[in-house]
Design a protein around this ligand. Structure first.
Ligand code: ZN
Length: 226
């Protein structure tokens, strides 16, 4: 049974009110960033109001022009995905300074990685370990005479970890036309099945190569796509 509850008229709090209150608290605490716990000691509104309005505490901080260096809920996988994205955008292993948010490549600052892993180098080592731990096993050729119907196939979809491996191995360059996001930010790279999955090609690193979207579509026009 639902409990009896009074109905309170909710005042419509504007985004500006929320942002201004964040800034006021930051100023009073003489900080350029605020945790939600710090805000709760001085703020006029509930933290949940911010989360509902801005989706995350970090986004609220960003709207207020405050730093959001230590998002507590960032998962390691998000941090690794971000390294892969920055790597592909640059076409090379990122330097810590290339994570500077003003460059618009990285979602997280190098400080976030330093806090989590101890240093940028240690973050890179953890990234390497994570990426390598996901190497999909190659199909064993000794079993190639086993009938197809009994063989468990790899999934068609290339997960982001395998995609990162393929793109990094290929220096983030389209293997057909040489396009790369480091030269043209509009270039989208994909991990393409060399032998199409629909014809029995497996989703393993040996059967994948880096292609830009253009070449991938062009290829699909000539053959059946994969
Ligand atoms: Zn291409």
């Amino acid at each position: 049974m639902a409990q009896f509850q009074v109905k309170l008229r909710k005042r419509n709090i504007t985004e500006d009110e929320l942002i201004n209150d964040l800034r006021r608290c930051a100023t009073e605490l003489a900080k350029n960033s605020l945790t939600s716990i710090e805000y709760a000691t001085k703020g006029n509104f509930g933290v949940n109001t911010f989360l509902r309005r801005f989706k995350s505490w970090n986004l609220a901080l960003e709207k207020a022009g405050l730093n959001a260096p230590n998002r507590q809920n960032v998962s390691e996988i998000e941090l690794f995905e971000n390294i892969a994205n920055v790597w592909v955008s640059l076409g090379h292993q990122p330097y810590g300074r290339e994570l500077d948010k003003s460059l618009g490549l990285s979602e997280f600052s190098v400080g976030t990685y330093e806090n989590r892993f101890g240093s940028w180098n240690k973050a890179l080592m953890a990234f390497q370990e994570f990426i390598n731990s996901g190497i999909s096993p190659s199909i064993k050729t000794s079993f190639s005479n086993v009938s197809i119907s009994n063989t468990k196939r790899t999934p068609r979809k290339v997960n982001w970890r395998l995609r990162a491996q393929v793109l990094i191995r290929d220096n983030c360059i389209c293997q057909m036309c040489g396009a790369s996001p480091s030269k043209n930010p509009n270039v989208q790279l994909h991990a393409d099945h060399i032998k199409p999955w629909s014809r029995g090609g497996e989703t393993v690193i040996e059967n994948l190569r880096t292609l830009c979207l253009k070449c991938n579509i062009g290829k699909s026009d000539l053959h059946e796509g994969d």
